[in-house]
Design a protein around this ligand. Structure first.
Ligand code: AMP
Length: 287
């Protein structure tokens, strides 16, 4: 495994690989502080691609004022160990000035899909995501890129961007990895106090309740599911709901009742103290 900091070095290393091999290049973009969720993406890339490229870059563009950019957890040594064990070939770890030499005047903005959920509560977030991911795609030029459904709105945004800009990259969505008790794995879980960590279980529990409800009802409205989920989350005195929304997926459009769509997402963002957690469940609904 090789660790690379400059764009020019990464480009020439990948060009060299392409010259000597006809296998595909797989790419997993991350912000580091890697956990088993990231490892599952890397293992999938290892199984499907000839060359596995991991990027670790805490992207300032996708953090709003007052968010956790400065205190975002970092542990390079541990990240490199996990990457090596998952079979990564190249780790790209650029500095902020390498990615954004000033002045930078181009933003990639995906409209529509970004107006709800995290797009509504974190203005500018998805412009930051689309801009950095398109820059990384241009640098790496992968055949496949692997993204976790933990960030299901992000997957929808990136798929749309790839289609709109004819990037010709296969986006591979990967399932959410959870702790044994159900909490979705996240680099931000480390912020939680012991009590908050316990109470955060209401999130995955509420999604399981919603799943049971969907499975036992032939028809339902999004509002019914939203209130069931919100009520369960409200049983935790520490939880402050940012949003609980049920939409069609991947269009992220509202729908009237379950007869009007095939695939739905139950998406939530909830704060425990200063820590904002997201989780979701995507379900197929029968006619
Ligand atoms: P991040 O480092 O948080 O930007 O995440 C990098 C990639 O890992 C994104 O595609 C995430 O969706 C994915 N990811 C993060 N947490 C999980 C998880 N618990 N299960 C699966 N994928 C995840």
């Amino acid at each position: 495994m090789e660790v690379i900091h400059s764009i020019a070095d990464l480009r020439s290393r990948i060009k060299d690989y392409r010259r000597k091999n006809d296998q595909s290049v797989g790419f997993v973009p991350t912000m580091g502080y890697l956990h088993e969720g990231h490892a599952s993406l890397l293992r999938k890339a290892r199984a499907q691609s000839g060359l596995v490229v991991l990027s670790i870059f805490v992207n300032p563009l996708q953090f709003g004022p007052g968010e956790d950019f400065e205190r975002y957890p970092r542990n390079t040594e541990r990240d490199l160990q996990l990457a090596e064990a998952a079979g990564v070939d190249l780790v790209f770890m650029p500095s902020v000035s390498e990615m954004y030499p000033s002045p930078t005047r181009t933003t990639v903005s995906v409209t529509g899909l970004t107006s709800r959920l995290c797009g509504a509560s974190r203005p500018g977030h998805f412009d930051g995501v689309a801009t950095v991911v398109s820059k990384l795609f241009h640098i790496v030029q992968p055949d496949q890129a692997f993204f976790g459904l933990k960030d299901a709105q992000q997957v929808a945004v990136i798929e749309q961007m790839v289609q709109d800009l004819n990037l010709g990259i296969e986006i591979v969505p990967c399932p959410i990895l959870r702790e044994a008790d159900g909490l979705a794995m996240s680099s931000r879980n480390v912020y939680l106090s012991e009590e908050e960590r316990k109470e955060a279980l209401v999130l995955s529990q509420s999604l399981q309740k919603a799943k049971a409800f969907v499975e036992s009802h032939t028809a339902f409205t999004p509002q019914e599911l939203e209130s069931l989920v919100s009520q369960h989350i409200a049983t935790s005195s520490l939880a402050i709901i940012d949003y609980v929304e049920v939409l069609a997926y991947p269009t992220l459009e509202p729908f009237k009742n379950s007869h009007h769509t095939h695939s739905i997402i139950i998406a939530l963002a909830v704060k425990f103290g200063k820590t904002r957690l997201i989780d979701n469940l995507i379900l197929q609904v029968g006619k």
